[in-house]
Design a protein around this ligand. Structure first.
Ligand code: NDP
Ligand code: OXD
Length: 317
């Protein structure tokens, strides 16, 4: 009788993402290890990682697939010794839903004058400022992928005008689309609330700088443009955001991600009256939702079916 080959083990290295929860759920289906054994561990075929310990992946000679525990993969691609195997990133309904909620919440807060009302309440001021209708306000989404596309549809349903900017040419119903370097200025010029949902790549690092903020529509219905960044912190230059707020080039900002995380205590963003801070919490990777998707992909892969949501390493996302 031939014995069934042992199932390849899964390496789990998810820094700051409740590893115990991932461990419990994954290990119900497969043997899971937290550290490879010895210099080279041939029993590990899959890795589930988030900001993995440096050098841990190169010790896996039989690694077949790396699963990023999040949608972004900049944490993985930053590893100079990353093995040359497919990387699968998170695309999941619940993660998208979280992001749609976050973007809708922040856009509505800027649109419905949340900053002004909180300041008024602190001083017990009863005053109703002019409120433009959503249909007069243009939200511009940088990054029209899984998350940006879903956010665009939700904002359209709320009645906003929506512009979108992507790397390649794209059509999204109801959205005025722009792409590439040539499309950037017209996209910015037509935008009142800029929502950043780009991946961090060599092409996008530091893209949210003073020159981009300056090109947002300066005479729009909100009395100045607003910024929402839920992509990555290193997309933005925080000194430029502070300068733009100081100059009035930018009216307000909602930031979920920062150049350095956790946001250092000394950062002026914490206490700036025109900045709303959340701790990289726009869309959480929920192990209970994501583990079944990863296990289903492993099973399909072992049946010889193609992997889904594979990262294009050359593009960096
Ligand atoms: P996708 O890969 O589906 O979409 C990325 C989009 O960005 C695409 O539209 C792509 O263009 C565009 N893009 C990439 N590079 C460029 C460029 N150089 N110029 C213009 N457009 C560009 O990613 P997701 O929507 O799933 O996720 C986006 C990012 O959101 C993640 O990478 C991650 O960093 C961040 N994120 C943050 C979370 C949080 O909690 N704050 C949670 C989850 C994700 P094209 O369509 O042409 O390919
Ligand atoms: C992600 C994140 O990329 O949570 O999924 O930032």
């Amino acid at each position: 009788m031939t014995e069934k080959p042992a199932a390849g083990r899964i390496l789990l290295s998810v820094t700051g993402m409740y590893p115990q929860r991932w461990y419990e759920l994954l290990s119900r289906a497969r043997p899971v290890v937290l550290e490879p054994e010895g210099e080279a561990d041939p029993t590990i075929h899959y890795a589930v990682v988030w900001k993995q310990k440096r050098g841990v992946l190169k010790r896996l000679p039989n690694l077949k697939v790396i699963f990023s525990a999040g949608a972004g993969v900049d944490h993985l691609l930053a590893d100079p010794e990353l093995p040359d195997v497919p990387i699968v990133r998170v695309v999941a309904e619940n993660l998208t839903q979280y992001m749609v909620e976050y973007v809708s919440w922040r856009v509505l807060d800027h649109h419905r004058q949340g900053f002004a009302y909180r300041a008024q309440q602190a001083q017990k001021i009863w005053h109703e400022p002019h409120q433009p209708p959503a249909g007069e306000v243009a939200v511009g989404i940088m990054g029209l992928g899984e998350l940006g596309g879903a956010a665009a549809r939700a904002l359209l349903a709320l009645g906003f005008k929506v512009n979108g900017w992507s790397r390649r040419e794209k059509r999204v119903e109801g959205v005025t689309t722009f792409h590439g370097e040539a499309g950037l200025t017209p996209f910015l010029n037509a935008t009142d609330i800029l929502v950043v949902l780009l991946p961090l790549t060599p092409a996008t690092e530091g893209i949210i700088d003073h020159s981009v903020l300056k090109r947002l529509r300066q005479n729009g219905p909100l009395g100045g443009p607003c910024l929402v960044n839920a992509g990555r912190g290193r997309l933005q230059k925080e000194a430029d955001i502070l300068r733009a707020l100081e100059e009035g080039v930018l009216k307000e900002a909602s930031l979920d991600v920062f150049e350095t995380e956790p946001l250092p205590e000394k950062s002026p963003l914490w206490t700036h009256p025109k900045v709303f801070v959340t701790p990289h919490a726009a869309a959480t990777s929920d192990a209970a939702q994501l583990v079944p998707l990863m296990l289903a992909q492993i099973e399909a892969f072992e049946r010889g079916e193609p992997l889904r949501n594979v990262v294009d390493r050359e593009a960096g996302y």
